[in-house]
Design a protein around this ligand. Structure first.
Ligand code: UGA
Length: 441
């Protein structure tokens, strides 16, 4: 089988590489020449565990190739499916901007030579596949070409940092189709990934498009709900870690995605929650729950700062804060919508100094934050003379540091743990002033 994947961002690159891994011939296409040139040399635009080796292996075997010429690929590859995995940046009003998706659809329409399934993989609002179909159809008509094609919607549920595992062993694969022929192509493509018994769920196209948003919105809702509960626990003298365990063992609630923290970030939840609220309101419906989910999340990003402000009685000017973790979550260098940015900005506004360390996001941080903060060579160096340590991203290497060394390096033994990775009693026994999320002082 041959396929093309358009867009070598996070989703496109993982999708293309994992299809190649199971023996499908894949051409990844991107208009960014530098990106393609780098990919041909094995240099990846993103950090994702295991991906670099997988790209290299499949490129060497000749199953994975890269191109900047979409027209040529569509005309000549004889692809059974073309996946559209280009960006859908949020417009100013929060809705997903489809200009890249539709431009790719038009280019496909201008070059299609035989039956192909055109699959939207980017997260796109309900109704997009219809627009993609129309754009392709218009271009075919302009050429006077009578070529059969189908559109399909195949939303992605990958988590950054675990993308390869998620793709190779998915919980489920959701595909929206409108014809049996398209269903057969998609069935054949995904067969190698169904070994672990999880389902390939076929449905109509609008339902598949909605599934993606509903899944992310539900997960974001769980997080905001737990953050709200955590804040109330603090007020009432309860411990949210206990409450989490208490409710998570109920299978109806489940123990995943109920970890309170400093708010969800990244490129997906914030964007998708906003987009769903927007789609609803454009269609005359008010997503009340999601509006609350969003505002709770905004507030949560400041919770750690508020604790710091209270502890130091507002006197932050001239104080030094060590920040452990900058990426929005572990195992990625992605800092989009990262809570670290809000916390750091608020500290800097107060005249405080920040010295940060992240195992992989240092280059990204320099790019985003420049010289406004200092950077530690490692987690211990970032602590020297710090008035407090802020645990912002729960990287595994931060889980059990040598606290005797930590305490010696710092000016004050104070820890603000934004992810509840340390045990409050244990920390207090070690002589630290310890603040968690949802844990009474
Ligand atoms: C999310 C979804 O989990 C994927 O299924 C989906 O495919 C992806 O978005 C997407 O739409 O592309 P991702 O953004 O990579 O994946 O990261 P998550 O692991 O879901 O974490 C999102 C945020 O929630 C992080 O900031 C994390 O710290 C936070 N979080 C997560 C919590 O605060 N508490 C939790 O219990 C879990």
């Amino acid at each position: 089988m041959r396929i093309a994947v358009v867009g070598t961002g996070y989703v496109g690159l993982v999708t293309g590489t994992c299809f190649a891994e199971v023996g499908i011939d894949v051409t990844c296409v991107d208009i960014d020449e530098k990106k393609i040139e780098n990919l041909r040399k094995g240099v990846l635009p993103i950090y994702e565990p295991g991906l670099e080796e997988m790209v290299e292996r499949n490129a060497q075997k000749g199953r994975l190739s890269f191109s900047t010429d979409l027209s040529e690929v569509v005309r000549t590859c004889g692809c059974e499916a073309v996946f559209i995995a280009v960006g859908t940046p949020p417009g100013e009003d929060g809705s997903a901007d489809l200009k890249y998706v539709l431009a790719v659809a038009r280019e496909i329409g201008r070059n299609l030579e035989g039956y192909t399934v055109v699959v939207t993989k980017s997260t796109v609002p309900v109704g997009t596949a219809r627009k993609v179909r129309q754009a392709i159809q218009e271009e075919l008509e302009a050429r006077g070409a009578d070529i059969d094609f189908d559109v399909a919607s195949n939303p992605e549920f990958l988590k950054e940092g675990a993308a390869i595992e998620d793709f190779l062993k998915p919980d489920r694969i959701v595909v929206g189709v409108a014809s049996e022929r398209a269903e057969k192509v998609m069935q054949k493509l995904y067969k190698p990934f169904l070994m672990n018994g999880h389902p390939l769920i076929f449905m109509d196209i609008p339902s598949a498009e909605m599934t993606k948003y509903a899944a992310n919105a539900m997960l974001a809702t769980k997080i905001s709900f737990m953050n709200d509960v955590a804040n109330l626990c603090e007020i009432m003298g309860a411990d949210v870690n206990m409450v989490r365990r208490g409710i998570g063992s109920d299978a109806r609630i489940g123990n995943k995605f109920i970890y309170p923290g400093i708010g969800y970030g990244g490129s997906c939840f914030p964007k998708d929650v906003k987009a769903l609220i927007r789609t609803a309101s454009e269609n005359g419906y008010d997503m009340q729950v999601l509006r609350a989910v969003e505002s709770v999340n905004e507030r949560q990003k400041s919770v750690l700062f508020d604790k710091i402000h209270r502890h130091f009685q507002g006197e932050l000017a001239g104080k030094t804060f060590a920040v452990w973790g900058l990426s929005f979550k572990p195992k990625t260098d992605d800092m989009r919508e990262a809570p670290s940015l809000v916390i750091i900005q608020r500290l800097l506004e107060q005249g405080a100094k920040v010295k940060a360390y992240d195992p992989v996001a240092m280059a990204e941080a320099r790019h985003t934050l420049g010289e406004s903060i200092e950077y530690g060579k490692d987690e211990y160096e970032a602590l020297i003379d710090a008035d407090a340590l802020l645990l912002v991203t729960e990287w595994p290497e931060f889980r059990s540091p040598n606290f005797a060394v930590v305490g010696k390096l710092m000016k004050e033994k104070t820890v603000f743990d934004g992810r509840n990775i340390y045990d409050a009693n244990d920390m207090r026994e070690k002589g630290f002033a310890y603040y968690g999320i949802g844990i009474a002082q």
